[in-house]
Write a protein that binds this ligand. Structure first.
Ligand code: ME8
Length: 673
């Protein structure tokens, strides 16, 4: 029987236009869904919009629209954006759809019939922006999640017996797979251990929501309404046989992917609702971090959002997908900047995968009339040929493990550093362009092996990168004459499957290099859109005290006096920021014998550094090597190129530099002190 796989994004509130924070969750899910399809799973990928509640009602009012008109407009923006980005969702649910409304009412009835709902009076504080009851808060207190002022609510409500589930929930969290990563799991465990109070699950002072069955003065609490989408979209509560089948097949969800700020709703309330309804629990809830822009969470009320469309217009969807998954360590916060985006695009896509594809395929066109050449038999292969083959096999395994653990950045690092950089080096060392000029049989045979080996490694890198960059990899696949990449059977991917004699398709560059004007263009497009205010007058939720994440000015310490013998103090040393970086790109600087131009990833960004080490190190040998860089050195220009940092090296007699390195493995970005 075919294995099923059901994955969901959160459904997005329709009070804000989509930005790249939303795209981030959607891209991560799309990547997993595409990978699962290639692995043969019957995959269902769900996303949609969250349209009820006081927050949306007020936002619509402020915009002079009915809530439905307002929700229709913004929901369509999300829908259209995902279409434009080629997101492969199987359904898009809106909580204002009839199918959802009826099925949520059914869920409410079931929980009530099971004895977990009672009527009472709620008096306390409520955060409209998070749609969260803030237990224990006093009038005037701020929401602990978003920092906005809470409002006092006093109303008759239906309550859910959340307190009855404390022990069951704690038992559930004993399974480390249930909440990932571990930091979030610990957070939830400590929240639940501190005691759970019953939860109000209806509101009666506004009407934009789903009426409580048999008591329409109340609307169902928007989080119960929204969370239920994961059930209703696949047919829960339907009377149609087809929908019931689908529900039986897909529930429980394999992965709920969410941002870290909505962990409590998904990991405490949601499993408790499901337990109360007697339904199975999702297998894994994965929480990712935030995308930061200008050092705080990208969000509408801060006015610091970056629109996805801007990046699509200038660099395309695959560039954004690659950047977000490669740059941000999944589970942690990560910064977004246009500079870093363009640097990564050029170094990893234009110079990396794009360049590998175009040079390998162009040489096959030139030297073998566009047909994949026959390599020499195994016995005559060199150690380098065999090494590359083995490395490719290792990368297939490592990449699989990393994707399965949601370590997207590690999976991509494996492909780029573990494989693409090594093929580049292999090509440079084997100089197929020199072999191609010779006519003797031995050179021809070697050329065939070198180009076959490079093409086979390219095929494997392309297959592994497909879930992250579906569009560009599909083009490379077609250029290689391999047909439709969606038909690839990923579970069987192994060295040696490239059919000999395959006729290549048309070869053209997939990632044209971006110049500096790309950054300016994107910045201009955003500046025109962005509102300069922090408290958005049009945003009824705009009471966000930015201070919640604003930085306080550090106190300036009095410097300790320097020693009279010229030694420096620890404070002087602390001024030098030494960091571990990894070399991504290395090339000679034309007409400068000693200089190499390096692009070095230091964890938070990729830096261009010029280093006078060309006489001691071949550029190819440096790719993937960890180095130490002085990260806070003022930039300077050498040969017209800006150098942003300095590599640390010992200088031997005669001036030969030797790069500082480590015996143990050290993470990129680590600070030396
Ligand atoms: O929370 N960085 O919707 P939402 C990373 N409707 N991810 C971000 C982000 C950022 N700066 N900003 C938003 C809701 N997100 C509810 C969910 S589910 C039953 C109901 C992502 O539109 C993040 O994944 O406020 C967050 O969880 C999601 O957008 C939804 O945000």
């Amino acid at each position: 029987m075919t294995r099923k796989f059901y994955i969901t994004t959160p459904i997005y509130y329709v009070n804000a236009r989509p930005h790249i924070g939303h795209a981030y969750t959607t891209i991560a899910c799309d990547t997993i869904a595409r990978r699962q399809r290639l692995l043969g799973a019957d995959t269902f990928f769900l996303t949609g919009t969250d349209e009820h509640g006081q927050k949306i009602e007020r936002a619509a009012q402020a915009a002079g629209k009915t809530p439905q008109q307002y929700a229709d407009e913004i929901s369509a923006q999300f829908h259209n954006l995902w279409k434009r980005m080629g997101i492969s969702n199987d359904d898009f649910i809106r909580t204002t759809e009839e199918r959802h409304i009826k099925r949520v009412q059914e869920l409410f009835r079931r929980i009530r019939d099971n004895g977990y709902i009672y009527k009472g009076t709620y008096t306390g504080q409520y955060c409209v922006s998070c749609e969260l009851y803030v237990d224990g808060a006093q009038p005037g207190d701020l929401c602990p999640t978003c920092g906005r002022v809470t409002e006092t609510v006093h109303e008759e409500n239906y309550f859910f017996k959340l307190s009855a589930f404390q022990d069951k929930l704690l038992e559930l969290y004993a399974n480390p797979e249930f909440i990932r990563p571990e930091a979030r799991r610990n957070e939830v465990i400590s929240f639940v251990r501190s005691g759970l109070r019953d939860l109000s699950i209806s509101r009666s002072t506004f009407s934009w929501g789903i009426p409580v069955p048999d008591d329409p003065k109340h609307v169902i609490y928007v989080w119960l309404d929204a969370l239920a989408n994961y059930l209703t979209a696949i047919g829960y509560g339907s009377t149609h046989a087809g929908a019931q089948e689908a529900f039986k097949k897909y529930w429980p969800a394999d992965v709920h992917m969410i941002g870290k700020e909505i962990v409590r709703f998904h990991c405490v309330y949601w499993p408790a609702f499901l337990l109360a309804a007697g339904l199975a629990l999702p297998k894994t809830i994965v929480a990712h971090g935030w995308l930061l822009f200008e050092e705080s969470k990208m969000s509408k009320s801060r006015g610091n959002i970056v629109r996805t469309e801007t990046i699509l217009d200038v660099l395309g969807a695959d560039a954004l997908r690659y950047f977000l998954l490669r740059e941000v360590v999944f589970g942690q916060d990560g910064s977004f900047s246009f500079d870093a985006l363009v640097q990564r695009y050029n170094s990893d896509l234009a110079n990396g995968l794009g360049n590998l594809a175009s040079r390998t395929l162009t040489m096959i066109n030139r030297y073998f009339k566009g047909e994949v050449p026959y390599p020499s038999p195994g016995a005559s292969r060199t150690k380098e040929d065999n090494d590359l083959r083995e490395e490719a096999q290792v990368v297939i395994g490592m990449c699989t493990t990393a994707f399965e653990a949601f370590d997207f950045s590690v999976a991509l690092e494996e492909i780029w550093i573990g494989l693409i950089a090594k093929v580049d080096k292999y090509i440079v060392e084997n100089e197929p362009w020199v072999l191609g000029e010779k006519q003797d049989d031995e050179s021809r045979a070697r050329l065939a092996t070198v180009l076959y080996t490079s093409a086979e490694a390219l095929r494997i890198a392309t297959a592994l990168a497909y879930p992250v960059m579906p569009d560009a990899t599909a083009k490379i696949w077609a250029q290689m004459g391999l047909g439709d990449i969606k038909k690839l059977e990923l579970a069987d991917l192994t060295w040696g499957q490239l059919p000999l004699g395959t006729k290549l398709g048309d070869v053209y560059p997939v990632f044209p290099r971006a110049d500096k004007s790309a950054i300016e263009r994107m910045q201009q497009m955003e500046d025109q859109q962005r509102s300069p205010v922090v408290e958005d007058a049009k945003d009824p939720m705009g009471k966000a005290p930015v201070a919640a994440e604003a930085k306080t000015q550090p106190a300036v310490p009095t410097p300790a006096p320097a020693a009279a013998d010229g030694r420096i103090t620890i404070d002087d040393f602390a001024k030098i920021e030494l960091r571990v970086g990894v070399v991504k790109v290395a090339e000679r600087v034309p007409k400068a014998d000693k200089l190499l131009r390096l692009e070095i990833d230091i964890g938070t960004e990729v830096r261009q550094v010029l280093a006078g080490i060309a006489e001691a190190y071949a550029p190819e040998a440096l790719i993937g090597r960890k180095v130490v860089i002085v990260a806070n050195l003022a930039p300077r220009k050498l040969r017209g190129l800006e150098s942003n940092g300095m590599i640390v090296a010992a200088s031997l007699e005669g001036g030969k530099p030797v790069l500082a390195s480590f015996l143990e493995d050290v993470p990129v970005g680590a600070r030396l002190k």
